[in-house]
Each structure stands twice: as structure tokens, then as C-alpha cells.
Write a protein of this length. Structure first.
Lengths: 240, 413, 260
């Protein structure tokens, strides 16, 4: 569904994406892992057309996304930091985005699931981080689109909400949706991801299933596997 | 003796009627038949005649109904020659030709005093009414036009009312347009020009030369090529006239050149490129005039002495005063300047600091005309303000020590 | 794009910024008309407001609004909306809000005055239109500056410098140039130079109404032809329109290459 082909991006001198090539298959959940600053968000933004690659191509359904915007009708993006106009109420925001996207949205069930209905008429700037993240999730799941991108969806969520999110993700996959997400919580990734892409300093260090990464690194948990990948690359650096 | 004289007058005077089926069919014929004191009554109709010469005094030439004398581009229409006390009334004169050698007029009066020309409409003519060496006449209620409003060369059009060496005239309530000069005076003294409307003339609405002791009042001069010019004259009273919309680089509401001992009062100058242009003029009082939205309200060119501006209203002019040359005791006092920004803390009706009507930008524009594109620019305003505080380039002695805080209300008359 | 414009206008109304701006103009409008004594004096004051203040406020608003809604812009960019529309929509939304505040804020006092005295309405209407155009141009230019840098302080600085250049410094240099090259024919140069500054252009346009009496006193043939006919008015309005297109092109161009 999504293909990144030899994508390069520099911010100043910093190589944020270094020859990144990934295929994201349709109908499964792909997790993008990596420490802070490894290029996860930048990679997602190249797909959304917010960051323009220096070279390489990003294909969505076989077509380059460069300079286009209509393809985004089929993608919903949940950013890491809630990027909302602060003086809108939750309800106004939930009504505004469908208008801007010119797409219908259903949020009645979602606001109940995440308890957002309790603060529908509060302004965004009066909400706590966790509440905002819940609004963020409602926004991400309220459209009927084939690709959902979630940047750190568990940030600030209470355990009940995380459970609800996991349930929701499974349901969405059953509906045939493709999901790309990033997360720091390895436990969450291990449970939710069908595929893993591991980025380090803009370079793809691993792509494959959870089982494959465990095998390759000879680890028992994803946390361990990731740690060993990071250490390995540091050694390479040290030798060099 | 006197009684006898009056009786002979009344008994001898007769009325000659002119019409297409009358005994007398042409005006020329009637004029030949007329004796002193006779009345020529012209009936309604069109008369294709020119060069009608009146030589007998005290003849009254009067139209009844719509009488048109069509000179057919042949010659002057009516000439009065050495015939005093002639009256010409209620006629229309048309088609007097252009000549490059003679000043051909619809009505030409020579050596004939006490003439009266009333309610005459002159259309399509070279000169309108031409008076030469004839005193004490009246021209009243006439309408004069060259008939061509298009932009023709100035020299092919003559003056509307042209007086030469003719004193004690009264020019009243005439409408003059599309002529070279609307009203032209040369060597005409002790005369009154009143209530005329002179507009759209190619050169001056009113043009004075070598004419002393004259009064002109309640006239309107509008949209004339060069405005109004008063030159080489003394003792002129200019009262209650309106000078408006005289636009162009050499166009003036009122051009004063070599004028002495005159008074300019209760006039309105509005939308002129230069409202009053003063050149070599001395001892002139400007009192209670309104100068509104002109390019330059007052423009002093050298050689003028003792001009005094008192109780005038300067409002919305692009430049209030342009001044070149020495101060020469020309003064401004107690005028209202709407550009004045000072305060009146002691509440005596006068601003606490003097007003300097010549600003730096006026000076700049005179030096480098192209700087006009910076007119009303914020940067220029800053410069002007600095110059107001510390005059460097502008004449420091031209100022109004007591600028009025409120618009001045004219006194009666 | 219309939805974005609509959203921005609503947002500004909610922020009360537009209201504040409107009240400011209302106050200034009444103050000028009441205290300046006669209308031609008021017009001169209004002219300075339109030429100096309106561009300044447009500049400040453009920068402020852009940086304040950076987050929202990112949200918009992730939606199926053309990139250009996001930014142009923001610009037009802010411009329309500011312009409406200006027109109402000064227009209401003028109507009040107009009902009592006989004054030239066309000059005032032209003034408001020019104010609207200048506000729009400067909001756009300052947004273009903002889009090109993420540094808020720098963005503010650049935008203000741009305003200062156009509003004051430009005329200073123009005057210097005219003085320095006074021995050469400068008519065309002077006219063309005003075309490169929207504030000068607006000023010339209003001069053609306000000071035509003085402008008609001009000797130069080019001036006479330009200023004395409708040609001047048409040319000036046309070039001013081009100036409105400049921020459009700049914003589109800069936004196209930027990463968010």
C-alpha cells in the first residue's frame, strides 16, 4: 500500500533519512521503532507530504505522493503532539475536521469508549494531556479510511484507555484497515505489531515480523532485541 | 428752448418695423431709413445680413420674438460708428467669421458713448462684443460663445467682451464661454464688472491690462485655461468673486502682475492649481477670502511689497504659500490655516506658536519638480515637521504670528 | 480554501482581535472627524492612517497569526487539502477580517459625518479600498516572511523591517536619488519608482483625487499625461492589483519548498 523507495532527507547537515526503503503491506499493522531523533516522524511526514524528500520516492497505492493532496483522503494522521486550535471546544473540533476534509465522520461510539463525551464542551486549552490524547484518538478513528497513521498513540493514556486502544486496533485490522504506528512502549508494540521497522539515525536497521527480530538478535523480548540492535550499531561506530 | 428741443424729439421719432413681409424687409434698409431717436423693431425671423452700420445717434435696435441675425461668415454683424446713445436689445447674432487681419465682432462699437447692449445672444463668432474708444456704456444680460467647445488654437478665437480705451463701463450679468478671454479690458478705467459668469474660456476668464480704478464683484470665473489675470493696474477692488477649477501649469485663480493699491475681499478660490499668483504687486490687502483645496493657495514671485493677508481661511490646500525672494514686508496675520497643528492653551482664539505656511516640501518641489511624487509621504512629513521647528531652507520671516484656531467668519458686505 | 478562510475569520472573531481592531478604528475615526475641525484636514489624517498604520497592523497580524496557528497549520497539512490553499486561506482570512474591521471602523464614523455635512464620499471610499488593499498586501508579505523562517523573533524582525522600508525608508532614498540626479530628466524614474512600493502607489492614487489641483501644475509631459488623465488612476490600480498577487506567488512558492 505504501512504498518508500530510497528516501533521503537532510535537515541542514543532519541526515534524518538515509536511503530508506520500506514496503508497508495492506491490511496489517506496522510499527516503526527507533530512539528519539531516529527519523520516525520525518518518515511519516514524507508520506503525508509535509516533508519533501531530497531524493527517492514515496508511493501510495503505487503513485508518487509528491505535490499531490487528494490521496490524503484515504489517510488519517494522528500527530504526536496535539496540534489543535486551543480556543475550540472538543465538539467544535470534532465537527470542524470532517468539514475541512469534506468527509463524513462517526464519533458517537468513540467518544463513549474513551470517555470524551464527559468533556465535549470544554475548550481544548482546558484539557489535560491525557484528555487531549483521547480527543486525538477519536479524531484518528472517526473516519472510514484505509490507512491510519498513529504517532505515539499511547502517550499520556491511562491503562484503561490503552486497553481500549488495543481493542480498537484489532477491530480496525479486522475491518481490513492498514495501520502504521510508532511507539516507545515495546510491550505495546510486541502485542500490536504484525511487522516492525527499526530505524536508527535515519537508517533502516531491521524490517520484518516480531518473530524474525527476536530470532535475528537471539533475544527473548522485543526490548532486548531493540537494545541489542542499538548496541551493535554503536560498536560498528566505535570500530569505525 | 429746452421745451422746444424735447418736443421736436418726440414729434420726430418714429418706429420702423422689419419683417419678411413688411415694407422694410432688411435691417440694413431700416438702419438707412432711421433718424436720430427712431426705434427699429425687428419681428421674429432669421435675417441673413452682415455689416449693418449704425451711424445715427439715439437709435434703438430691438428684437421682438426670436430674432436671429446670421452674418453667414461674411463680416461683422452690427457696427455702431460715431453714434452715441444707441441701444441694441433682444437679438441673436450668429456666424461671424474668423479673420487673421481684423478683429471681427458680432457687435462692434466705435467712438460711440453711452451705448446699451442688453439681452443679446452671440453664438459662433470670432469676437463677441468689441468696444473701442466709447465711454459710459452698459453690457447686460448677454450670452456669448464662440460656438466651438473643442480645443481649437487660441488665436482663431477672439475675446467675448473686449473693451479698449473705453471708460465708465458697466458689464453686468453676462455669460461668456469658449472665447479666448471672457472679458478683456485694456485702458479701461472707472468701470464695474458685476455678476458675470465667465467659464471654459481658452485663456483668461477676465483679463485686465492698464486699467485703473475698476471694481469687479460677484462674478464667477470657472475652468478657464489660465484663470483670471489682472496686470499693470492700480486701485482695483475685487470683491465677492468665485475663482474655481482653473487647472494647468500656467493657470491661476487670480494672477496679479504689477498691481498697486488694490483690495481683494470676500472671494472664494477653490480647486485652482494656483489660487493667487503675486508678481511685482504692492500694497494689496487680502481680507476675508476663502482659499480651499487649491494646489498652491498663494504663490509669491519676487518684487512684491507690503501685501497683507488678514482673516483669510486657508483650507485643504496642497501648499499654502510658496515664497521666493525677499520678505519685503509682506505679512500674514490672524488667518485660519487648517494645517496648523499648534495649541491654544491660553484660550484667546490664536495658536500659541506662529504658523509657517512655507514648508520645506514646497521649497523642494520648486527646486526639483519631480519630488512631487513624494507629496504627503510620511518621510516628507517628518522633514517638514523638523523644518517647522528649526527653519533652515525656508524663509523664517514668513509666518503668521497669530494663526486662528477656528475658521474665520466673514463680516457682512 | 473557502472553509479555511471561514475558519480563520471565525477564529479571529472569537479571539476578539478583530473586534479590538474595529473599536480602535472606530475611536480614531470619530476622534479625527470631531477634533480636526474640517473635512479636508480629516482626510489628511485618514490618509496617514491608511498609508502607515494599516500596513503596520497588517504586518503584525500576519506574523502573529501565523506563528500562533503553526500547530493548526500542521494539522491542516495532514488533511486532504492543497498546500497552497492552507496558506492562502490563512492569509485571506486574516486580510478579510482586518479589512472588514477597517472599513466598518472608519466607515461608520464617516457615514455619521456624511449624514450631517456635505463632503466628498468618493475620496473616502477610495481611501478605504486602498487601505483594504494595503492591509492585504502587508499581511501577505509578513506571512511570506513568517513561512520562510521558524524563528518567531526573526520572523517578526524581518517583517517589521520590511514595513519600515516600505513606509518610511524607501521614500527617503527616493528623495535622495531625486536630489542627487536632479540634473537629469527624472520624471519617468520618479513615477516608476513609486510603482515598486505599494504604499507609494496607494499614496499616488489618492493624490490623484486629493491634490489634483497641484498635480495639474506640472510642467513635465510624462507627468501631465500620467497624472492628468484617467491613465494614472488605471495604471496605479492595476499595479496595485499586481502587488496583491505578489504575496500570493511568494507564499505559494515558499510554502511549496518548506518542510513542516
Amino acid at each position: 500500500m505504501v512504498r518508500f523507495i530510497e528516501v533521503n532527507k537532510k535537515f541542514g547537515k543532519l541526515q534524518v533519512l538515509d536511503n530508506v526503503s520500506i514496503d508497508v503491506e495492506e491490511g496489517i499493522r506496522t510499527a516503526i521503532l527507533g530512539p528519539n531523533g531516529s527519523g520516525k516522524t520525518t518518515l511519516i511526514k514524507t508520506l503525508l507530504g509535509m516533508v519533501i524528500p531530497d531524493s527517492g520516492e514515496v508511493l501510495f497505492k503505487g503513485e508518487s505522493v509528491l505535490g499531490k493532496y487528494k490521496y490524503r483522503r484515504e489517510i488519517v494522521y494522528m500527530p504526536q503532539i496535539a496540534l489543535f486550535p486551543q480556543n475550540l471546544t472538543v465538539k467544535e473540533l470534532l465537527d470542524l475536521i470532517p468539514k475541512l476534509r469534506m468527509q463524513p465522520a462517526k464519533y458517537d461510539g468513540l467518544i463513549e469508549r474513551f470517555g470524551v463525551n464527559e468533556f465535549m464542551h470544554k475548550k481544548m486549552n482546558a484539557l489535560s494531556g491525557g484528555m487531549r490524547q483521547k480527543v486525538n484518538l477519536v479524531l484518528a478513528f472517526m473516519f472510514d479510511v484505509p490507512l491510519i497513521i498513529l504517532d505515539e498513540p499511547t502517550n499520556g493514556l491511562d491503562p484503561v484507555a490503552v486497553l481500549e486502544l488495543k481493542k480498537l486496533l484489532r477491530e480496525e485490522e479486522e475491518k481490513g484497515r492498514t495501520i502504521i504506528f510508532t511507539s516507545h512502549i515495546m510491550d505495546f508494540v510486541q502485542q500490536m505489531a504484525d511487522r516492525i521497522v527499526f530505524l536508527l539515525e535515519g537508517v533502516v536497521k531491521f524490517k520484518g515480523t516480531v518473530e524474525e527480530i527476536l530470532q535475528e538478535t537471539d533475544s527473548t523480548s522485543l526490548e532486548e532485541a531493540v537494545a541489542s540492535l542499538i548496541l551493535k550499531s554503536q560498536k560498528v561506530h566505535n570500530y569505525a | 428752448m429746452l421745451l422746444y428741443f424735447v418736443m421736436t424729439l418726440s414729434s420726430h421719432s418714429k418706429t420702423i418695423e422689419v419683417c419678411s413681409d413688411c415694407e422694410v424687409r432688411s435691417i440694413k434698409q431700416a438702419v438707412d431709413l432711421a433718424d436720430s431717436g427712431d426705434t427699429i423693431m425687428i419681428q421674429e425671423g432669421r435675417y441673413q445680413e452682415s455689416n449693418i452700420i449704425l451711424k445715427v445717434p439715439r437709435v434703438v435696435l430691438i428684437g421682438k420674438g426670436k430674432v436671429i441675425i446670421d452674418a453667414n461668415k461674411e463680416n461683422q454683424a452690427i457696427i455702431v460708428f460715431r453714434a452715441p446713445n444707441v441701444v441694441i436689445k433682444n437679438i441673436v447674432i450668429k456666424n461671424v467669421p474668423f479673420s487673421s487681419t481684423e478683429e471681427l465682432a458680432a457687435i462692434n462699437i466705435l467712438y460711440s458713448s453711452r451705448y446699451t447692449i442688453e439681452n443679446v445672444v452671440i453664438d459662433s463668432t470670432f469676437f463677441g462684443i468689441l468696444i473701442e474708444q466709447s465711454d459710459s456704456g452698459v453690457i447686460r444680460g448677454c450670452t456669448i460663445s464662440s460656438g466651438s467647445s473643442i480645443d481649437v488654437y487660441e488665436a482663431t478665437i477672439g475675446n467675448g467682451i473686449h473693451l479698449w480705451k473705453s471708460n465708465y463701463a458697466l458689464i453686468e450679468n453676462n455669460d461668456i464661454t469658449n472665447m479666448r478671454d471672457g472679458i478683456y479690458f485694456e485702458f479701461v478705467s472707472n468701470s464695474v464688472i458685476r455678476g458675470n459668469y465667465s467659464y471654459g474660456n481658452k485663456r483668461y476668464g477676465l483679463h485686465f491690462m492698464f486699467s485703473n480704478d475698476d471694481v469687479y464683484e460677484n462674478n464667477r470665473f470657472e475652468g478657464n485655461g489660465a484663470g483670471v489675470a489682472v496686470m499693470f493696474s492700480k486701485n482695483i477692488s475685487m470683491h465677492s468673486n468665485v475663482f474655481s477649477n482653473n487647472w494647468g501649469m500656467n493657470s491661476y485663480g487670480l494672477l496679479l502682475k504689477e498691481i498697486y493699491d488694490s483690495e481683494i475681499k470676500h472671494n472664494v478660490f477653490v480647486h485652482n492649481t494656483t489660487a493667487i499668483h503675486i508678481e511685482g504687486s504692492t500694497r494689496i490687502i487680502y481680507e476675508e477670502n476663502d482659499l480651499i483645496e487649491n494646489g498652491w493657495a498663494v504663490n509669491f514671485i519676487g518684487g512684491s511689497y507690503d501685501n497683507f493677508f488678514y482673516h483669510n481661511n486657508f483650507m485643504g490646500n496642497t501648499f499654502d504659500v510658496a515664497y521666493f525672494g525677499r520678505v519685503n514686508n509682506n505679512r500674514f496675520e490672524e488667518n485660519y490655516w487648517n494645517k496648523y497643528t499648534g495649541y491654544d492653551l491660553d484660550r484667546d482664539g490664536f495658536g500659541d506658536v506662529p504658523y509657517r505656511p512655507v514648508d520645506l516640501f514646497t521649497y523642494m518641489v520648486n527646486e526639483i519638480p519631480e519630488t512631487i511624487v513624494l507629496l504627503r509621504s510620511f518621510f516628507v512629513q517628518i522633514l517638514n515637521f523638523a523644518e517647522q521647528v528649526v527653519p533652515v531652507l525656508t524663509p523664517a520671516d514668513i509666518y503668521d504670528p497669530k494663526p486662528l484656531m477656528q475658521k474665520w467668519k466673514w463680516s457682512d458686505s | 480554501m473557502l472553509k479555511i478562510i471561514g475558519y480563520v475569520i471565525k477564529d479571529l472573531l472569537r479571539n476578539r482581535w478583530t473586534l479590538f481592531y474595529f473599536l480602535f478604528y472606530l475611536l480614531v475615526g470619530f476622534a479625527i472627524l470631531i477634533f480636526s475641525g474640517d473635512f479636508s484636514k480629516s482626510m489628511v489624517s485618514f490618509l496617514q492612517i491608511i498609508l502607515i498604520l494599516t500596513p503596520l497592523i497588517g504586518t503584525l497580524f500576519g506574523v502573529m497569526y501565523y506563528y500562533n496557528s503553526r500547530d493548526f497549520i500542521e494539522l491542516l497539512l495532514a488533511q486532504p487539502i492543497r498546500r497552497r490553499d492552507v496558506f492562502i486561506g490563512q492569509w485571506l482570512g486574516v486580510s478579510i477580517s482586518l479589512g472588514t474591521s477597517l472599513v466598518l471602523g472608519l466607515g461608520i464614523p464617516f457615514l455619521w459625518y456624511f449624514a450631517q455635512y456635505e463632503v466628498a464620499g468618493d475620496q473616502f471610499v477610495l481611501l478605504l479600498l486602498l487601505g483594504f488593499a494595503l492591509g492585504t498586501i502587508f499581511t501577505g508579505l509578513s506571512m511570506a516572511v513568517s513561512v520562510s523562517t521558524d524563528n518567531k523573533i526573526r520572523g517578526f524582525g524581518y517583517a517589521l523591517v520590511l514595513w519600515l522600508l516600505m513606509a518610511v525608508v524607501y521614500d527617503g532614498f527616493l528623495l535622495l536619488a531625486l536630489i542627487a540626479f536632479r540634473d537629469y530628466p527624472l520624471e519617468k524614474f520618479a513615477l516608476i519608482a513609486t510603482m515598486f512600493n505599494p504604499i507609494d502607489l496607494a499614496r499616488i492614487t489618492i493624490l490623484l483625487k486629493l491634490d489634483i489641483s497641484a498635480l495639474m501644475g506640472y510642467t513635465g509631459a510624462v507627468f501631465r499625461e500620467f497624472l492628468g488623465s484617467t491613465l494614472g488612476m488605471i495604471t496605479a490600480s492595476f499595479v496595485l492589483m499586481l502587488w496583491v498577487l505578489l504575496p500570493f506567488a511568494l507564499i505559494t512558492f515558499i510554502a511549496k519548498k518548506r518542510d513542516f
